[in-house]
Design a protein around this ligand. Structure first.
Ligand code: NI
Length: 260
């Protein structure tokens, strides 16, 4: 069964037909998904989904683009949610997004550091979102000893060389729909250049739908297209891709004993 390590089923894009999609999970071979929070509202939403569905887990944290309004009482509140929440398997998504000008970089960096600290206090792996900010991301993770908890660099978009550095720090590389795009040369190179033991599957749905659905609403049901591409790039059978990445996801999120 396929493990989707990064999804947003709380997104309004799924408001109309979530149950219809989830009913098709089993037949499509989708076993589990981690819904990742991004802003303060979604902290409740992803927890509710994990409570309601046995195959959903939750990750709690604030995305760099949504950290502008956070106040100093936030870390204690998040800590409480992580400690008291059910099926919370990671702190995320957190990081740096320089693609957008808001909030300013110093604010993003401040909350990235604070949330890494919080992950260490609560002993949670982190889900890192990093866009157009490779050097600063690496520098902060080094300074903060992010290897203490490990985690995943999700929707990976940097070089093979840097991927190897993240792997050395104990991080998994999150690969999703982008790998199927014709012009995704760099990511294809990354997938070929690192071991399958260091890769996890993700959708980032409703975003990042693979070819031939590019631009449409994404869901875990499209993950077989991502698996097919990784299998081709690495010349490894698809069932091995599914099983190895399932085990990687369980190690990443420290979940034991899921059935194959
Ligand atoms: Ni995401």
């Amino acid at each position: 069964m396929i493990f989707d390590t990064h999804s947003h089923y709380n997104d309004h894009a799924f408001a109309e037909d979530l149950d219809e999609i989830l009913r098709r999970f089993q037949d499509a071979g989708i076993g589990w998904a981690v819904n990742v929070a991004s802003d303060t509202d979604s902290l409740d939403e992803v927890q509710e989904l994990a409570d309601r569905y046995p195959f959903f887990y939750a990750a709690l944290g604030i995305h760099p683009s949504d950290c502008g309004a956070l106040t100093e009482d936030f870390p204690e509140k998040l800590k409480k949610r992580i400690r008291e929440g059910r099926k919370v398997v990671a702190l995320g998504e957190i990081g740096l997004d320089y693609h957008w000008d808001e909030p300013e970089r110093e604010i993003q960096q401040y909350w990235f550091r604070r949330q890494i600290e919080l992950a260490q206090e609560t002993d949670m792996p982190i889900i890192v979102h990093s866009r157009d900010a490779a050097q600063d991301t690496m520098e902060i993770m080094r300074q903060m000893h992010a290897e203490r908890t490990g985690g995943v660099v999700h929707c990976y978009s940097y070089s093979l060389e840097m991927a190897r550095e993240f792997v050395k720090m104990g991080f998994y590389i999150g690969v999703g729909g982008v790998v199927t795009f014709k012009n995704a040369k760099k990511l294809k190179e990354v997938v070929q250049g690192i071991s399958l033991e260091n890769i996890v599957l993700e959708t980032d749905c409703p975003y990042m739908a693979p070819t031939p659905h590019r631009g449409e609403r994404n869901s875990s049901l499209y993950l077989p297209l991502v698996i097919e591409e990784i299998a081709k790039l690495k010349n490894i059978p698809e069932d091995v891709i599914i099983e190895t990445t399932r085990q990687n996801a369980m190690r990443l999120y420290r979940i034991g004993d899921l059935p194959a």
